[in-house]
Design a binder for this molecule. Sequence first.
Ligand SMILES: CC(C)(COP(=O)(O)OP(=O)(O)OC[C@H]1O[C@@H](n2cnc3c(N)ncnc32)[C@H](O)[C@@H]1OP(=O)(O)O)[C@@H](O)C(=O)NCCC(=O)NCCS
Length: 212
Amino acid sequence: MAQPPDTVLKADPAERVAICRALRDVSTVETPYGVYRPATIDDADAFFTLLADPHVSGPLYTIPKPVTRDWVERWIEAHQLEAAQGAGLLMLARDGVNQPTGFVDLQVWSDRASAEFGGGISPDLQSASLGTRGAAALFDWLFQKIDIRLIAMTNALNNVRTEKLLRHLGFVRLTDRVCVAEDGTKRLPMYWALKREDWRSPYCKEETHPGL
Ligand SMILES: CC(C)(COP(=O)(O)OP(=O)(O)OC[C@H]1O[C@@H](n2cnc3c(N)ncnc32)[C@H](O)[C@@H]1OP(=O)(O)O)[C@@H](O)C(=O)NCCC(=O)NCCS
């Protein structure tokens, strides 16, 4: 399960309520490889296809190996509950012909104005800069539209692409943290964080953000 970020921010009640409301009201987030929408049970087949591919789910310790269709359904339903409580959001991206192209799994701590972010894109789109551009669009949306002030990320020590992507987008590597994988085993991934006031998107025109 996701642990809250090591950096502790404090959100006042109005900020907490605004973050929860913004999460419940999400409709779409556009990226160069498709449009993200909150996941529904109708997306279960698409998720299963994406996650059954080890090129997508292999590096993600939150996804069981092997993944099953039943687990995917329960995962979507759990996230729908979290979204209603403003505690998380699962989104699926589809391209112009409705093919699934990526997903993002957000955990949100509204009392800390903080979020953790995981996900992946379809294997045929990988290593062509699309993951970096999509992540930038999602970070920009989280900071600007959801009003998150801190994003935390983890990645396996050998996940070079994610490490480069995060460094490129301005994340700061902090002390590695112990994470518990879906099967109960412990991992020691890299741990990264980025505050809103330090966010400078290389792709978006508007690069100034309100400070804390
Ligand atoms: C991680 C992921 C989103 C990255 O997106 P991507 O489109 O594949 O990566 P990009 O093309 O944007 O490249 C990101 C960086 O890795 C580098 N890179 C790309 N392919 C690489 C490869 N095969 N070997 C080494 N570096 C590589 C790029 O040059 C870039 O670095 P730079 O910014 O210093 O130039 C995508 O690979 C993916 O979905 N992987 C499976 C799931 C996963 O690992 N999720 C992340 C865990 S939270």
